[in-house]
Design a protein around this ligand. Structure first.
Ligand code: AMP
Ligand code: GLY
Length: 429
């Protein structure tokens, strides 16, 4: 079967790596891809916002499966348009992708179906939003309703900050994505993510992961797309995973079906493990980036039958098998990220880095130039991903690989996995 993968980040490189191993995969295309993906797939410059162009490409190349990495094409209804002409596409319909595309939609669904989440209100009026925020203890959380590239959430420590965030969002800071906002209660606890495949009816647990969103060591400084991740997440032990599936994921799958918009694809639950149990922070309608990189390393199965079963509604026939080992990924970013940064700097030593035992180097924002050199082409540039029997050992392998990379402009955090490593140490004492 010919397969088209949409996206060009580290998540898509990891997906391309997993798909390429499948005996079911003949030609693999990727739009737009990146410097690493170009070794595994034929990278094509398709305008994915132009659905008819994607359909024409699939027909011309006899593509039997389209895998969509990022959220924007899902929310824009690419899966619906492909399905309408009989092309199988992995990911939710636009109506189901509202779980990520509209925070208000998800909060209302949770309220209607008793899915545990933070208390909230939805507002289009600033004074009503401020009045509600004033009834909640500090810090208070203010969120733009729609997609805001991970920047639409403010944890306000003071009333003044809360009012300013409300004014900024409703004042057009995020365009239409901020025409409405959600004000919610701050949840205390440890954050973790859980990934499940969902075929409209059944949910199949994949695994848990934790990521590091902040740019600075010790989880400080501005938020980013994610500076590293690891799986499994020690806070999500088997009992907690089962609770999340029973109390949050399965009720959501049933609710989406009851609402007439069954969810198909991967459901990424962002969770807070509070003293009262797991609560939903948010859903994403796609794999996490960089969480996908660690999941793909741990997955033993051929991923393609699982993706097809998700589309066909036959997930109950699939069993997934995971390496017990821990996988950890460290993001190397261009200096200056998440602020302004340079593109086009030369990266060397990637082959040497890939020779470290247990290590896979996934590319995110890279390009391969005509001379075959790899150059940076984005903020998050490389994902050095390693597997080992402990998080500490996986971390050591990832940093050993990073030390072989010759890229003077590259930066990374040196403490990825610290919380899990601390737990491993405590467990031994
Ligand atoms: P989101 O874009 O909804 O994932 O929010 C970004 C980050 O803000 C989350 O990963 C959490 O760290 C934090 N956050 C969002 N909502 C809450 C909440 N209700 N309580 C505590 N932290 C939150
Ligand atoms: N790593 C966070 C995300 O993919 O949203």
């Amino acid at each position: 079967m010919n397969i088209l993968l949409i996206g060009g980040g580290g998540r898509e490189h990891a997906l391309a790596w997993a798909v390429r191993r499948s005996p079911l995969c003949d030609q693999l295309y990727c739009a737009p891809g990146n410097g690493g993906i170009s070794e595994l797939a034929d990278c094509v410059p398709l305008d994915v916002a132009h659905h008819q162009a994607v359909i024409a490409f699939c027909k011309e190349k006899a593509v039997g499966l389209v895998i969509i990495g990022p959220e924007a094409p899902l929310v824009a209804g690419l899966v619906d348009d492909l399905a309408a002409v009989g092309i199988k596409a992995f990911g939710p319909s636009a109506a189901a992708a509202r779980l990520e595309g509209s925070k208000g939609f998800t909060k209302d669904l949770c309220a209607k179906y008793n899915i545990p989440t933070a208390g909230y209100g939805r507002f289009t009026d600033a004074s009503a939003a401020s009045a509600y925020a004033a009834t909640l203890p500090l810090p208070v959380v203010i969120k733009a309703d729609g997609l805001a590239a991970g920047k639409g959430v403010v944890i306000a420590e003071t009333r003044t900050e809360a009012d300013a965030a409300i004014a900024d969002i409703l004042g057009g800071q995020f365009g239409d994505a901020g025409a409405e906002l959600v004000v919610e209660e701050f949840l205390h606890g440890e954050e973790a993510s859980l990934f499940a495949l969902v075929d409209g009816e059944h949910a199949l647990l994949m695994a848990g992961a934790q990521d590091h969103k902040r740019i600075g060591e010790g989880d400080t400084g501005p938020n980013t797309g994610g500076m590293g991740a690891y799986s499994p997440a020690p806070v999500l032990d088997a009992a907690m995973e089962a609770r999340v599936m029973d109390e949050i994921v399965r009720p959501t799958v049933a609710a989406m079906k009851a609402e007439g918009c069954p969810y198909k694809g991967v459901l990424y639950a962002g969770l807070m493990i509070t003293k009262d149990g797991p609560k939903l922070i948010e859903y994403n309608a796609r794999f996490g980036d960089p969480e996908c990189q660690v999941l793909m390393l741990r997955l033993k199965n051929d991923i393609v039958p699982a993706l097809l079963a998700t589309i066909d509604g036959t997930l109950s026939d699939i069993a997934l098998d995971w390496h017990k080992d821990a996988a950890l990924t460290v993001v190397m970013a261009a200096g200056g990220y998440p602020g302004s940064y340079a593109k086009g700097t030369v990266i060397k030593g990637l082959v040497e880095a890939g020779t470290v035992e247990g290590v896979n180097v996934f590319h995110a924002g890279t390009v391969r130039d005509e001379a075959g050199q790899i150059k940076s082409n984005g903020g998050r540039v490389l994902n050095i991903t390693a597997m080992a029997s402990t998080v500490a050992e996986a971390q050591a392998r990832a940093y050993a690989a990073i030390d072989k990379i010759d890229w003077p402009d590259g930066i990374c955090r040196r403490d990825i996995g610290w919380r899990a490593i601390q737990r491993e140490k405590q467990g031994k004492e």
